[in-house]
Design a protein around this ligand. Structure first.
Ligand code: SAH
Ligand code: SF4
Ligand code: F3S
Length: 479
């Protein structure tokens, strides 16, 4: 499976089904082993965690399957960033119940809802027998054994587990892009956010172990490495090397075989000019930065406890805009946060104009339990949040149309990540994270090619592979 739903740690309310990981006989895989199925919600950290869960289980002889119907054990790896995301798991569990046939199956809830709701999940969904948060996945085989031994309900909810980075057994779904979590948890305590509760305190992985894993992955044929962390640039190397995040990026860019390095998500407070300098010095570091602003209003930023002002944020944007490379910038925005006035909202719109983002992930504020803002009045009515969201998205669409138009006639190196059989189109991704669709062949998937942009739209580009006789006239892509 090589499906990517969320280009950033946005915790979008989508899902990834995991089940076609190919068994490796050397892993002790047992074709007769108990079948399991994992459905993943939320951000890339969850997607990667599911790869770790699959690896841990397959190493013990469990067998991944494609559908929940074929599985004896069904895991939902959950997201609780917004209410709608958290509800998904309960509707999934309820739907299975109603359809019937789930009586003999084991249902396990993993991830951020598991950590947040803990034993309450057993009350809301009595057919669930396992609840386990992300720091406790190495314990999953033990928990399953306890269930087999007759325990009715088991939990793994410790957040102090040291070995949550151990990835020896990870079964990666993508053949050319490998995720590496370099920092877990979050110490920032933004007032609206559940992540510090669901993933605990910040813990960084030693730089030597990260580099060793990258070398191994490059030898296995992965050409793109994506560093993950909720505050990836707050990385603090606990090894004697004491490498800064920018140094780690530079070292990673020099690993033989690694052609692209991405990282997400950066927190503005810890964003330094050294990171931009590293990108300028190393072509393998992608010219793409995701820097969530959340709001353009200082009053709102203060209530969000984001620890920076609009002016400080813009100073970081200037580092990026002053780089030698043309680095694309994306962001996350929350609309309708407690007491957000129309004037506050206007300031967010003006931030969009001032920065000229290449992509914006925008969300209506959703009050969450166990957060500081959960106690504030959710003062902006739902309808008004929806109105502001649409205005913001319309504005950003116009900005993207203009920015993408600037790509017309340009040539970009793309990694071909997919192929649309019906359209006969290869799907390439540029270093700056733009998608270029161009006529191609299925066998191109995984290769690097040059494509020339011949048409542009708000969300993607159309092009031609550059060969000796390639041409194509530039035109606007109409929708
Ligand atoms: N660590 C990242 C964000 C991770 S969560 C950062 O600091 O930027 C991904 C995004 O979800 C956030 O950037 C924010 O825009 C959104 N989000 C988080 N909590 C939310 C909430 N309670 N309601 C609406 N959106 C939220
Ligand atoms: Fe949440 Fe803020 Fe931490 Fe990001 S930095 S994960 S928004 S608390
Ligand atoms: Fe990710 Fe959602 Fe958890 S965004 S960290 S899966 S709350």
């Amino acid at each position: 499976m090589s499906r990517e739903l969320f280009p950033i740690l946005s915790g979008a309310e989508g899902r990834v089904k995991c089940g076609n990981t190919q068994p490796d006989p050397a892993s002790g895989f047992d074709a007769e082993g108990k079948p399991f199925y994992i459905e993943t919600f939320g951000c890339q950290m969850n997607v990667h965690d599911s790869e770790k869960v699959a690896g841990v289980l397959m190493a013990r002889g469990y067998r991944p399957v494609q559908t929940p119907e074929d599985a004896d054990i069904i895991f939902y790896n959950t997201c609780s960033i917004r209410e709608k995301a958290a509800q998904k798991v309960f509707s999934r569990l309820g739907a299975f119940r109603k359809r019937g046939g789930g009586e003999r199956k084991v249902f396990g809830v993993l991830g951020c809802v598991a950590q947040q709701e803990a034993e309450n999940i057993f009350e809301r969904a009595p057919h669930v027998s396992l609840v386990c948060g992300s720091a406790s996945y190495p314990k999953l085989p033990e928990l399953l054994e306890e269930l087999e031994a007759g325990h009715k309900r088991v939990t793994g909810l410790g957040l102090d587990t040291e070995d949550c980075f151990e990835t020896e057994m990870t079964r990666r779904d993508n053949r050319f892009r490998a995720y590496i979590t370099i920092i877990e948890g979050c110490d920032k305590a933004c007032s609206y956010c559940v992540v510090p509760v669901t993933r605990g305190a910040e813990r960084s992985r030693p730089a030597d172990k990260i580099l060793a894993e990258a070398l191994r992955l490059a030898n296995e044929g992965f050409t793109e490495i994506q560093f993950l962390g909720q505050t990836v640039n707050s990385y603090r190397d606990p090894s004697p090397l004491r490498m800064s995040f920018a140094e780690l990026l530079s070292r990673m860019a020099e690993v033989p075989g690694v052609r692209r390095v991405r990282f997400t998500t950066s927190h503005p407070r810890d964003f330094t000019k050294e990171i931009v300098d590293a990108i300028d010095s190393h072509p393998a570091l992608c010219d793409q930065i995701h820097l969530p602003a959340q709001s353009g209003s200082n009053a709102v930023l203060k209530r969000m406890l984001r620890t920076y002002t609009r002016e400080e944020y813009l100073e970081k944007i200037h580092y990026i805009r002053n780089a030698m490379r043309d680095i694309s910038i994306s962001t996350d925005i929350i609309v309708g946060f407690c007491n957000e006035t129309l004037d506050d909202f206007e300031q967010t719109l003006s931030l969009l104009d001032e920065v000229g983002y290449d992509q914006v992930f925008s969300f209506k504020y959703s009050p969450r339990p166990r957060t500081a803002a959960g106690h504030y009045e959710d003062s902006v009515p739902e309808e008004e949040k929806g109105r502001r969201l649409l205005i913001l998205q319309d504005k950003q669409r116009e900005i993207q149309i203009k920015r993408n138009r600037g790509c017309l006639g340009q040539e970009y190196e793309v990694l071909v990540e997919g192929f649309h059989p019906k359209l006969g189109q290869a799907v390439g991704r540029t270093s700056s994270n733009r998608i270029i669709n161009f006529p191609g062949e299925p066998s191109w998937v995984g290769s690097y090619m040059t494509a020339k942009v011949t048409a542009s739209g708000p969300n993607s580009l159309v092009g031609q592979r550059v060969t000796e006789d390639a041409g194509g006239s530039a035109k606007e892509w109409k929708f």
